[in-house]
Design a protein around this ligand. Structure first.
Ligand code: ARG
Length: 500
């Protein structure tokens, strides 16, 4: 038999408003509900303030927009709004001056700023959180912060593309072997080769800009998960925070559960960053190869290389190697973030606090890498002379010598025979015999005497030597997007107009 429930005890004391001291100790005892303070280990384990404090500007901007709307909706008074504005201005100044006292006890950037605000302006500070939760607050902060970083990354991507276009323009007529399977395939313009990377980085910029549109949407107003009973004007907040589309239409997350919980925007940003790093890594791999003694195609400025503590002759391409290595790190962050999301039920879960470090590190790594690559490739512009220092130095002879080595114009000979009426497959076969003979005599195709060449096919005439030269081969590939210098020049003009 179930005993009679004992009567509910009457409250012994009425709850008093929280004192500042109590507010500071909030994480030790959230409310009267908790019977013991949080352990120090748990406090450290759950706190994020030492990494999420970098969101402070976004946090203040979000709070100002929220407070402005609360006042406009008569949820708080004009006096409260002005107190909040004054307090947040002081907090901004303190953080900028480095005098703000970040407290582990206050867990994260949001509670640290809110507690200080209340300390500075009293009750108005406590009213700021009306109709808001840290769940919609943090989602808003991360989005605002990331939007700003995306804009910086877009600028850096343009810088890098400009650097590559500059070097491409100086090297339109420089020939190096184009490879497939890392075997010499056909001669290509070094300018053309560099423009391949411009295409990749242009797509990266495009991609990151598309991500920006989905980052720039407002979660605030979703509150903890279900919306709020206060008459909030979310559209006004979106407008204040510049969360609008290209047409200026405010962008508000339309489902409160989704707004506070999903981090797909961070995942797709990291995916775009990982892809960009993969492009950097491919370029790095080529720079490393080109710098090796076996290629000897390029040199990069000494300030981007390091020596060896034991081998005095060495100049190591540490910067491209590190960039190649850091690509693994960003790809890892993508895996971390996407796995973080998997299996989370609606709505907000504390798991999401783990979105920050990988996201921050992705941004830092990508920005540093793009900046250093732009400078390493084009050199640094001297602001007074406008001249460039450093950058890539090209060894034109080494590139052309290498292109001469691998029978890179064999396809041109086949194409020549096709123009003389031979079916392509027969032409391919005839040229294979010619290459075999040239290898046996250790000469280039262009060094075989006409009579010998004619032995492989009678249609060969002395005009064949035009197509067997590297330049002849290069100029012949004059289709849109091909390596002929005229095409490369056209692409450079297009990129210049696009990047202006
Ligand atoms: N520091 C938290 C985070 O980064 C803020 C949100 C906390 N919300 C909560 N209900 N505990 O996700």
């Amino acid at each position: 038999m179930i005993p009679d429930a004992s009567p509910l005890p009457l409250p012994i004391t009425q709850p008093k408003p929280m004192s500042q001291n109590q507010l500071d100790k909030k994480s030790q005892a959230w409310s009267a509900l908790f019977s013991e303070p949080m352990s120090d280990l748990v406090k450290r384990y759950t706190a994020s303030v030492f990494f999420d404090q970098r969101l402070w500007q976004a946090d203040i901007a979000g709070s100002l927009a929220h407070a402005d709307m609360l006042a406009a909706q008569a949820i708080i008074s004009a006096q409260d709004l002005s107190d909040i504005q004054r307090g947040l201005a002081q907090i901004r100044a303190e953080i900028e001056a480095g005098t703000f006292d970040w407290k582990l006890d206050l867990e994260d950037v949001h509670l640290n700023i809110e507690a200080r605000l209340t300390q500075l302006v009293g009750d108005a500070g406590k009213r700021l959180h009306t109709g808001r939760s840290r769940n919609d607050q943090v989602a808003t902060d991360v989005r605002l912060w990331l939007r700003g970083e995306i804009d910086l990354i877009a600028d850096l991507l343009r810088e890098l593309q400009r650097a590559l276009v500059d070097v491409a323009e100086q090297n339109v007529d420089v020939i190096l072997p184009g490879f497939t399977h890392l075997q010499v395939a056909q001669p290509v313009s070094f300018g053309h080769h560099l423009l391949a990377y411009v295409e990749m980085f242009a797509r990266d910029a495009e991609r990151i800009n598309e991500v920006r549109a989905r980052v720039n949407r407002l979660p605030l107003g979703a509150a903890a998960l279900a919306g709020t009973s206060y008459p909030l004007d979310r559209v006004r907040v979106a407008r204040t925070l510049g969360m609008v589309d290209a047409q200026g239409t405010p962008q508000v997350c339309q489902n409160s559960l989704d707004a506070v919980s999903d981090r797909d925007f961070a995942i797709e940003f990291t995916a775009a960053s990982a892809l960009c790093m993969v492009h950097i890594s491919r370029l790095s791999e080529e720079l490393v190869l080109w710098m090796s003694q076996n290629f000897g195609f390029i040199k990069i400025a000494d300030r981007f290389t390091t020596g060896s503590s034991i081998m005095p002759q060495k100049k190591n391409p540490d910067v491209p190697e590190l960039a190649r290595g850091k690509t693994g790190r960003v790809v890892g962050h993508l895996m971390g973030l996407i796995t973080l999301m998997k299996g989370q039920p609606l709505a907000y879960n504390k798991d999401n606090q783990e979105d920050k470090e990988p996201l921050f590190d992705t941004v830092d790594t990508l920005k540093d890498t793009l900046r250093i690559f732009a400078e390493m490739i084009a050199g640094q512009t001297n602001p007074t002379t406008g001249g460039r220092a450093g950058g890539i130095t090209v060894n034109v002879q080494a590139m052309e010598q290498a292109a001469l080595k691998g029978y890179a114009t064999a396809t041109d000979l086949a194409d020549y025979l096709v123009r003389k009426g031979l079916p392509f497959r027969d032409a391919h076969e005839a040229v294979a015999h010619a290459v075999k003979a040239a290898i046996a005599h250790q000469v280039d195709l262009s060094e075989l005497p006409l009579a010998v060449l004619q032995g492989f096919n009678a249609r060969i005439d002395k005009d064949v030597f035009d197509v067997l030269s590297l330049r002849g081969s290069l100029h012949a590939r004059n289709t849109l997007g091909g390596t002929a210098p005229a095409q490369v020049q056209a692409q450079i003009a297009r990129h210049r107009a696009r990047l202006a």
